[in-house]
Design a protein around this ligand. Sequence first.
Ligand SMILES: [Zn+2]
Length: 400
Amino acid sequence: MKFCLKLKHRIHRRRPACCQYRLPPCASRIPATLARAAVIFIVTVTAGTAAAGGVTVNTIRHHQHDTHTRVVLVMTGQATVTTTKGRAATTLALADSALSPRAQRQSRSEKFPRAISVSPQRGRTVTVTLDMNALRKYKLLTLTNPDRLVVDLYYLPSPAPPPPPQFRVVIDPGHGGKDPGAVGRNGTKEKTVVLQVAKMLRDVIQKRLKARVFLTRSRDTFLNLKKRVRFAEKNEADLFISIHANSHSMRSIRGVEIYYFGKASDPRSLAVAARENGMPLKDDDPPWQYIIADKLHDQKIEASRNFAWTIRETLIPALRKNYAVKDHGVKTAPFHVLRSTSMPGILAEIGFISNPAEEKHLRNTTFQKKLAEGIYQSIRRCTQSSEAPCLQVTEAGNGP
Ligand SMILES: [Zn+2]
């Protein structure tokens, strides 16, 4: 069997004369369906006359080489091969041919090379189909004694797997613009210091974690609580961190509190939530009682609780290396931004601005960096735990 690949475009115009082999008329050799399928062009080659009684493909071998995969059809004689090229597939039709039972088993084997299939068709035809979406090119070769059709497959490089989705954090510096938040005795405004800490936290996360970080506000602008919630939802956050500074009528009160959403732990937690919500809020307000009963939110609250406790474990020691910080622990309270967001979240009260010593600390860049470092360490621990990370990338469509 030999191929005359020079025929490609000339075969229909000057059928017999262009090739040293005597070809039967095209119409008799190419089934109508194949002729219609030849959208691009048809290559027809023949390598002599089929043996009497047709040709049998006895066995199909395949070998992996450095640059290509070779598939060899070992046959009992020569066959006429019609090549039909399409955008997605190229088909080699072996006329008056059949597959032996052994060759059929081989072609169906799981170990058979990909992007090629060999199958018997009606009317004693064997087709070899090449998936051109997976192949860069292929080469045909015919050998004799015994008669063989060789197909060399050159695969396209496998597409790289898509990168894993990045963890997304929304940091929410409280207040801003016309709302200064709590104000210290020396005029320090909560809105200013929490923005500075939020930016430091953003920078350290972006530098050291493969995570995307968004700030609800990056300037001294007013943003109501609903817009903060919408911002977190729009950016499909996996974690929401709201940063505030605390205030108390007794100036001696100082320390750090970490909150997650829930019924107020104590009357003071409720007062803190009411102040940060900018509205009086009753402990038994029905809406958030309803949300607590919701199973989806149960999972969110569980993750929020784990994260809140992790922050406490990383933040307090980080601060205590250089500062005498009182640990008020982890508490629950019905904060609006924690109630209305669908992802795990916490609200950190990073110090009492009403306490003169802490007001001074909160203005201090070194203290602010320690705060950012302590919170960052909790995110790192919660997202990269080799055992059971308490925070994970939320799958699309997992929201409420
Ligand atoms: Zn606040």
